[in-house]
Design a protein around this ligand. Structure first.
Ligand code: SF4
Length: 414
């Protein structure tokens, strides 16, 4: 069995990340309490650049859902959402978030000393990821007597054509008019272009950082990515996010130059497909660390790695990037994307997370894991679990399955 004597090398940029996160949440809290400022809630690949250009401070409830999962408090709140009619197998981000609001509690109170998620003036979602966000945001719109606007683009796309982009661009243009009319504001198009350029820059840097894991040993893991992806989601469109990723990229490049691996004595390189198991991040990362296994790439962390914006129509860029995301694509595109990732990152095996309450971001239900296993002769492990709801995850069984999977890799190599 591997020894646990190897030491993890901490990522230095993490100190700056803590400050950035603190500033972000304190600013949101201040904005919510200031009658002259306004707060918008937005989905993770929703039209946040437009909201920022209008002067809203933007909050992302999915991040709060993940936080509730990571702090292991979702089980306290999910039953409250179920109690008012939400399904026990509905999105556990949504159920956790709604339940926490009903309880009047949030980890943000303890971490940052603020009241909790900021009260929204407007909520904007895109169903490019799932329909669940429509219901989730509608709940909070009603609760706060706030406007709710939705972008509903075409979904499950193979090729993304100009007609798709034009259609979604039209939805974004309508959204701008809705905001202008509701809040008596006018969009500053120059500001939007600048924000889109910053958003694209941060996203491009994030992709380059994730791609540093192509190196052997890999300087960064999926587990690191789950922490360091926060700015590309929460602070998209800001200079602070760009500067943060420049710093992180410099650190990763230094690691490559010195052959510093995120997992010392790296033996195995795996791919993580699907949602994280937020309440078990620590246990899982330690298990893989002890097994000298780096999770070198994931679909999840790549969800915010967009194509660069090279000037021109900012709405067209927003439309295109919002429908090109992996979760919004068809089975064939997804399989080709995964094949490419497995090759680029020299993957020895793949783990598919069958997240019970997120069928939208689970890709083991229609034979893909089996097809990839057969086509590539690549070992694949499917684990049952969930993003937040512990009822669906067995730690003992999963750890045993992971150990057996690594033994299988060892057998193949020998
Ligand atoms: S994609 Fe999945 S986890 Fe995210 S909001 Fe939709 S159902 Fe929930």
């Amino acid at each position: 069995m591997p020894s646990t004597a190897i030491k993890r090398v901490e990522i230095q940029a993490q100190n700056r990340l803590r400050t950035l996160m603190r500033d972000y949440f304190l600013n949101l809290d201040a904005a919510a309490k200031d009658p002259d400022r306004q707060v918008a809630w937005c989905t993770s690949v929703g039209p946040c650049e437009i909201l920022t250009a209008f002067g809203f401070e933007v909050f992302f409830p999915e991040n709060h859902g993940a936080l509730l999962g990571a702090r292991k408090v979702s089980p306290e709140y999910i039953p409250r959402a179920i109690g008012i009619g939400y399904g026990s197998e509905s999105c556990s981000y949504m159920n956790s978030d709604i339940g926490a609001a009903l309880a009047g509690e949030s980890p943000l109170q303890e971490i940052y000393g603020i009241d909790g998620p900021p009260t929204p003036d407007v909520l904007a979602y895109s169903t490019n990821q799932c329909r669940e966000v429509q219901d989730w945001f509608s709940f909070f719109g009603k609760r706060n007597d706030a406007a709710v606007f939705g972008i509903c683009p075409p979904s499950h796309l193979g090729e993304v054509g100009d007609h798709h982009v034009d259609f979604v661009r039209g939805l974004l243009a309508r959204f701008i008019k809705q905001i202008e009319s509701r809040f008596d504001k006018r969009l500053d198009w120059a500001a939007l272009e600048e924000i889109v350029a910053l958003s694209s820059r941060a996203s491009t840097l994030w992709k380059v950082i994730l791609d540093t894991a192509i190196a052997k040993p890999s300087p960064i893991t999926f587990w690191d990515g789950l922490i360091h992806m926060s700015p590309v989601i929460l602070m998209r469109g800001s200079q602070a996010a760009v500067e943060y990723y420049e710093q992180l990229l410099t650190e990763m490049r230094k690691r490559i130059d010195k052959s510093v691996g995120a997992v010392p004595d790296e033996q195995w390189r795996l791919y993580w497909e699907g949602m994280p198991v937020w309440p078990k991040i620590r246990e899982l990362s330690e298990k893989f660390f002890d097994l000298r296994t780096v999770i070198a790439a994931s679909t999840y962390c790549n969800s915010w790695a967009f194509e660069p914006y090279d000037g021109g129509d900012p709405l067209a860029w927003m439309a295109k990037t919002s429908i090109e995301i992996f979760i919004n694509r068809d089975e064939r595109f997804k399989q080709e994307f995964l094949l490419d990732m497995f090759n680029r990152f020299s993957i020895d095996g793949a783990i598919f997370h069958n997240a019970r309450t997120c069928p939208n971001n689970t890709n083991s239900r229609f034979g893909m894991a089996q097809r990839l296993r057969d086509e590539l002769d690549l070992p694949v492990l499917v684990i049952d679990g969930d993003l937040c709801d512990g009822r669906f995850f067995s730690t003992a069984q999963t750890m045993t399955n992971i150990e057996a999977f690594i033994e299988q890799l060892e057998d193949r190599r020998s």
